[in-house]
Design a binder for this molecule. Structure first.
Ligand code: SAH
Length: 405
């Protein structure tokens, strides 16, 4: 069906879900979510299939749009459109893909980026990363999971990718009662794919790598660090595929030590170092970061730039206190190996730690190390990870960069 045909098709019949009186204010302001305790939840609603499309009806009878609905989750409704009767088909997805693509092509001159970042791109709970003509798709809620056929049809219209990888293995899926699944939806993949970023080349494995294969969110922070790197000795902790270290070396760093506990991640980093002609200046170490930092600290090693970009320490709200202690300790230990006049970047991708708290934790870690200096950058993810204005808490990535005396 073409987009024009779908626009002319009769309005689809879909169940109505009613909001409790007084619980429609956020939706009317444009918020994309409805919580389960905001819905008149009777046996009919509970029996609806998880992820089906419904109409949202306010207590005054007004239709507030169409949403995917999961009666079993706290975020029960995820609004797709303000029009209750709009077709949610390949045409709907194509419209959103085209808008997202127009933004990314304005931002970047090479086709390597996050193409869809969920609610902010109008497609709740959906992630699409683009590696040239390979795209990686992740559906993190039951609604998007059911709509994957419509999405893949739209991808074929808008992007015509050679391969589409389904990376449905995020921990968020379990909350929605969804199984884990990683497979090719289209085409074939022979080994890792190329990623070009800030003038350097990397290799990512969309099927076997972490997340979707590459952390696009750190692009601007890598560029910022690279801009300070001329002549520097760099320590890149939690390097993954070498993003920070290799970009710093390409920008003129003298040498870099890159640490990660994953041999697989380091193997791709080593390939990237070769491809960028910096392998002789880069050393990769398979180690636990805290163990390595202790060793380097005792040995009196000092670096001009230190990057600490760990995996999320707080995966749930209950982990926040322990995670804060871990970030503080990481900052203290990383500051110890940062030389005088050096620059330290500490990052957190824990959703549950807000930017203000994170800056406080970094400050506490610096005090613990008796190191003083100034914050020269506080940033989040790159703009291919946009924010829905009413979901500021979805700004999961924080990076604090300090210049140390
Ligand atoms: N800085 C990277 C992304 C880091 S993701 C980039 O710019 O792309 C987090 C990385 O930490 C992963 O590669 C993971 O393998 C590694 N990791 C997790 N726990 C670790 C530990 N205890 N010690 C060292 N590396 C660890």
């Amino acid at each position: 069906m073409t987009e024009t045909e779908s626009a002319l098709a009769p309005a689809p019949s879909r169940p109505d879900v009613h909001l409790i009186p007084g619980r429609d204010k956020r939706l009317r302001l444009g918020h994309p979510w409805v919580y389960s305790n905001e819905i008149r939840m009777g046996s009919a609603e509970r029996a609806l299939p998880p992820g089906g499309v419904v109409r949202l009806i306010a207590s005054d009878g007004a239709c507030l749009g169409a949403a995917t609905f999961n009666p079993h989750t706290l975020i029960a409704g995820r609004r797709l459109t303000l029009e209750g009767g709009a077709a949610i088909d390949a045409g709907f997805f194509a419209k959103h893909l085209r808008r997202a693509l127009a933004l990314r092509t304005r931002l970047y001159d090479r086709p390597f980026y996050r193409l869809i970042h969920a609610e902010a791109d109008g497609l709740p709970a959906l992630v699409v990363d683009r590696f040239g003509d390979v795209v990686v798709v992740q559906a993190n809620a039951a609604g998007m999971d059911r709509l994957l056929p419509e999405l893949t049809a739209a991808l074929d219209t808008v992007l015509k990718p050679a391969a589409v990888v389904l990376r449905n293995d995020s921990p968020m899926r379990a909350l929605e009662g969804l199984p884990e699944e990683v497979r090719l939806l289209k085409g074939c993949l022979e080994g890792p794919v190329r990623v070009e970023e800030n003038g350097a080349v990397f290799f990512a494995d969309p099927l076997g790598g972490q997340k979707t294969g590459w952390y696009f969110d750190q692009r601007d922070n890598r560029a910022f660090v690279a801009g300070l790197a001329r002549g520097a000795r760099v320590l890149d902790l939690y390097t993954y595929h070498g993003g920070f270290a290799i970009q710093a070396l390409v920008a003129g760093a003298e040498r870099a030590v890159a640490v990660d506990s994953s041999a697989q991640a380091l193997a791709q980093a080593a390939c990237a170092a070769e491809a960028n002609g910096v392998a002789t200046r880069c050393e990769f170490r398979k180690a636990d970061v805290f163990v390595e930092l202790e060793r380097l600290g005792v040995a009196g090693e000092r670096y001009d730039i230190v990057i600490a970009d760990p995996p999320p320490f707080a995966r749930a709200k209950k982990d926040v206190a322990a995670a804060s202690r871990a970030y503080r300790k990481l900052t203290r230990m990383a500051a110890r190996v940062t030389g005088k006049g050096g620059v330290l970047l500490v990052a957190s991708c824990s959703h549950n730690i807000d930017p203000g708290t994170f800056t406080d934790v970094v400050a506490a870690g610096l005090s613990d190390a008796q190191r003083f200096g100034r914050i020269i950058r506080q940033s989040g993810a790159s703009p291919d990870h946009p924010l829905h204005p009413l979901l500021p808490e979805s700004a999961y990535l924080k990076a604090v960069v300090v210049h140390l005396d």
